[in-house]
Ligand binder design. Sequence first.
Ligand code: ADP
Ligand code: MG
Length: 350
Amino acid sequence: STPGSVRFDSVVKKFGNVTALKDLNLTIDPGKLVTLLGPSGCGKTTTLRLIAGLEMATAGAIHIGGEDVTHLTATYRKVSMVFQSYALFPHMTVRQNVAYGLTVKSMPKAEAAQKADHGLELVGLSGFGDRLPSELSGGQQQRVAVARAIVLEPEVLLLDEPLSNLDAKLRRHVREEIRQIQQRLGLTAVYVTHDQEEAMAVSDRIIVMKNAEIAQEGTPKDLYEAPQSAFIADFIGDANLAECHIDSISAGLATVRLDGQTYQVKDGALQTGAAKMVLRPHNLRLADATQPGIQGSVTYAAYLGKEIQYTVESAIGSLFVISGITERPFAQGDSVSVQFDANHARLVAV
Ligand code: ADP
Ligand code: MG
């Protein structure tokens, strides 16, 4: 058996007549941070609670560290959970909060306090042990919650939207810290978020969920560069989805017609016929309308400092275009030609 690994075999979870998870199969390798990403209600929290033993599977099997834990309740599983609301006890000091789970497990107080101080050190909060939670910032409180979870030396650390209560700037900082702690300690972690950028920033792998099922799984790069559906293309990063027609496929390249032009595009395991071409906004280029490309006109131009964003109404629909600030700028009302490199395009089913 492998400590820290997690495996679901055909797990089903029903709440009355609501099917929260349909037939979930997943494997999480030890020492990795894997994120469950998806819209609200898709089953992320339910999956975490099943790993924690806070919910029992309706069908299927769950293994943690190679051990069948399907019928074990939370107390008997070596996992700990960090919640969105830090859930710290307000009247206890930071040290007492971190030590709490250890004293519950009947560890002598002095030893628990020592472990708590070590935990606080790991999250960069040594010296804060005597304070009350209210004397810390939101980001620091969430790190206390992480310390409280890791002092229990879990085989798997579970984090359910841990940054939701923090403001945008702090979120980026704390997500980096969580990722570094996880890597430094070699912890297996399952992280839940509905924020795709956050998922890409912290994860070794991402499991994208939709309607109680896995939509696609892979590294952040896999998901962005090789989306297997319009849903994934649109959910991971920004995408223009242009209706096109696959005329033929040979040697992994599809011959595709789009707006009267023919392109060679990686086939995306599709068949001939109607399809959608995934065009990332920064892979589109604007040129003078006299140049070859898809004809359109700029209906919106926004200078954002790091880039310029355009909306172009074109023969193939509205296109979102991002261009570098060193490229030639266009203004609202300009007639343009939209060009792209078919090597960067992808095909998905309609
Ligand atoms: P997510 O965390 O992705 O937002 P959840 O796992 O919380 O989604 O919920 C998945 C589905 O299961 C939703 O339809 C939700 O309403 C339902 N659900 C979750 N927990 C319960 C429960 N205790 N009782 C009834 N339905 C529930
Ligand atoms: Mg949830």
